[in-house]
Each structure stands twice: as C-alpha cells, then as structure tokens.
Design a protein around this ligand. Structure first.
Ligand code: AMP
Ligand code: MG
Length: 349
C-alpha cells in the first residue's frame, strides 16, 4: 500500500490534509496523527473492521485494548454506561489533555476496540491536529501509539514512517510532540480510582482534585509477577535492539562504573552506548554517548526518551548503560518506561 505522508498545514475543515484524512477514516482506513503525548495510529473506534486493521498494522496482541479519542464531553456520554462524579471532576480539570479514563462501555463500542473487555478507555487530547481530525471524522478515533508493537512509541512523524510506511493509508506530520510519554490511565471501574499507567498527570495532581487515588499493585510490583490490570502493561515494550541496563547510585559512582564497563567492552572489541543527562554527558568515555535532556528540565527528559532509544537502533552498539532519572514530578512515568525498555535490568553501584 502507498502511504500518503502530509504535513498538517491549516486547521479549517477545507485543509487538504484534513479532508484526505477524514475521508480515509470514514471509509474504515488508518491514519497516524500527532497528539500532545505521542503519535497515535487512528481508526474509526466504532467500526470493528477498522480496529482489527489497527491490531494487524502494529502486530499488537488482540487482547490489548485501544484508547478511544474524543473531542467533547457529549461524545463521552455516547459510549459509556455511566460517568462517575469523580471522573467528571477529572475531565473538568485535565481534559483536553494527557489523561485517559476507563469506564463501563455501552453497546456502541465494539469488542474489537476494547480487546474483548466490557470497559472502554477514553481520552480527550489537546493537540489541535488530533482535535480537528476527531471532529471532522466520526467523532471517535481508536488510537494506540503508532509504533510496531514492542518498539519505543513515536514522538516524530519520522518514527512512524520507520515503523508503518506501506502498512497504513496516511501519516500526518505535525512535528515533534510536546510531552513524549503516553497518557496517565485512571480506571473508574474499581471502587477507588486506580492508576494503571503513570504519565504527565501525576498521582498528586489527581488526588488534589478527587482525593484518594490508588496505584495498581501490578505497577508497583511489576517485577514481582503480579499482572498489571492494563493488559498492555504486561508486554515487553519500548525496547531498543541493544541490551539496556540502568545504573543507579551516587552520580560519581555511576559514571565510574559505566566508564569501566565501556573500557572492558572496548577491549573485547564491542562498542557501548550511554544514556546520560546534559549535565553529565561530557563525563563518559564510550563509543556512543547520547544526552536525553536536562535534569533541570525534567520534561525535556520525558520528551527525548523514545527518540534516544530509537537512535540507538541505528548505532551499532551491543550494550547500552543508562543513568537513572527519578526526577521529582515525572520520574515515576519516565522510570516506568525506562525500566520496561531495560527489561528491569538495574545495577546498584
Ligand atoms: P497505547 O494506546 O499503545 O498507549 O496503550 C493503551 C494502554 O491502555 C494499554 O496498556 C492498554 O492495555 C490500556 N487499556 C486500554 N483500554 C483498557 C481497558 N478497557 N482496561 C484496562 N486497560 C486498558
Ligand atoms: Mg503503545
């Protein structure tokens, strides 16, 4: 299939990209588009055939449900059985934005979209390109991240092209995304609202609006074998091709350890990569040292994480050592993704 790749120029209904994309979506085809979190792979959420195509294009396991993207609150009431008061308050506080909420679904939502579940995940994105696309198509776009299953999520149109060119009808280029990590997911089908995936909207931010919010046990004890409730969180994810290890400890000890490992690998004729912060990048002697962002600006670390992991796939390194990034606000979301990418390999020094 020939994939149309177009820049999102203009937001009115007559814009060329918007007319082409909405026509494709209405006909049951697939369009990748930017959101404020990562690029999404969109299809009409109420069309079971479109959802099946999404799973096929990504190679996504069919029990891993899709998030339905909407542009206004009326759309939410159209697909769920009930909106709890606390969910309404969170919507008021954080929508449009990087928050997904899970509700009991009604019969309009096909089981193909929800991976066979009776619940549905819903998000109202703030990115103007995403909003225009939802409004001008059927009002409900199912969109997982627009990467091949298992690979790092795409934060630039080029990443989507690398993974899905020739497999979907269209890719809309809206430049680099702002946040770079997937949305926070809060489950409202439990007695107490529960975070199934950490993201830009933190537990503290949620609790300041609705009081108690739990963290899914499968998330906290992810390496313990307890299954996380979000089916997607149990799969290997975000992984670069090289073996990735996170090194934790005092900054000086981390640098010394990684440099020693790099020297050891060099002697064996193997090249080594390092993921470091702007502040420490100059301290490493390894073949490929990439900066992920500044510790003084933790959002820059979140924004560059997937790009750095993808860049290592183009560099011929066998092993990557990464600093740890337990930053004050976004640290939980960043480390959730980085630990998954590393298959939970952590060395304490
Ligand atoms: P992605 O769209 O690729 O960012 O992944 C969406 C995430 O939301 C996956 O981890 C899914 O398992 C999770 N998810 C979507 N719908 C539901 C649902 N109804 N119940 C629990 N988790 C869900
Ligand atoms: Mg994903």
């Amino acid at each position: 299939m020939q994939t149309i790749i177009e820049k999102a120029v203009g937001l009115d209904e007559d814009s060329e990209w918007l007319r082409t994309a909405s026509k494709i979506l209405r006909a049951g085809g697939l369009v990748a588009f930017p959101t404020e979190t990562v690029y999404g792979l969109g299809g009409d959420a109420l069309n079971p055939l479109a959802s099946e195509k999404i799973y096929a294009a990504k190679g996504r396991p069919s029990d891993n449900p899709l998030i339905v993207h909407i542009a206004d609150m009326d759309a939410l009431y159209g697909i769920v059985r009930d909106v709890p008061e606390k969910a309404r308050l969170l919507a008021e506080a954080f929508w449009p934005g990087p928050l997904t909420m899970i509700f009991e679904k009604n019969d309009k939502v096909p089981l193909q979209t929800t991976g066979g579940l009776e619940s549905v995940a819903v998000r109202m994105p703030s990115h103007e390109v995403a909003r225009a696309l939802i409004r001008c198509s059927t009002g409900y776009i199912a969109a997982p991240s627009a990467n091949t299953s298992g690979r790092p999520s795409p934060t630039k149109a080029d990443h989507v092209v690398d993974d899905l060119n020739g497999r979907i009808e269209m890719i809309i280029d809206g430049g680099e995304v702002g946040i770079g990590l997937e949305s926070t997911i809060v489950d409202f089908t439990e007695d107490i609202p529960t975070i199934l995936r950490p993201g830009y909207i933190t537990q503290e931010m949620l609790a300041s609006v609705i009081g108690e919010v739990r963290m899914d046990r499968g998330l906290i004890e992810e390496s313990s074998g307890i299954h996380p409730k979000a089916p997607g969180m149990k799969y290997k994810h975000y992984a670069p091709k090289a073996d990735l290890v996170i090194v934790e400890g005092e900054p000086e000890a981390v640098t010394t350890y990684i440099n020693a490992q790099a020297a050891f690998l060099r002697e064996k004729g193997e090249s080594c990569g390092v993921i470091a912060a702007d502040e420490t990048v100059c301290l490493y002697q390894a073949e490929q040292v990439l900066s992920i962002g500044s510790r003084a600006d933790e959002e820059s670390i979140a924004r560059h994480l997937y790009d750095v992991l993808r860049r290592f796939d183009d560099l011929a390194v066998k092993k990557i050592y990464s600093e740890s990034f337990c930053t004050p606000v976004m640290g939980q979301a960043i480390m959730n993704r980085l630990l998954k990418a590393a298959g939970h390999q952590v060395i304490q020094v």
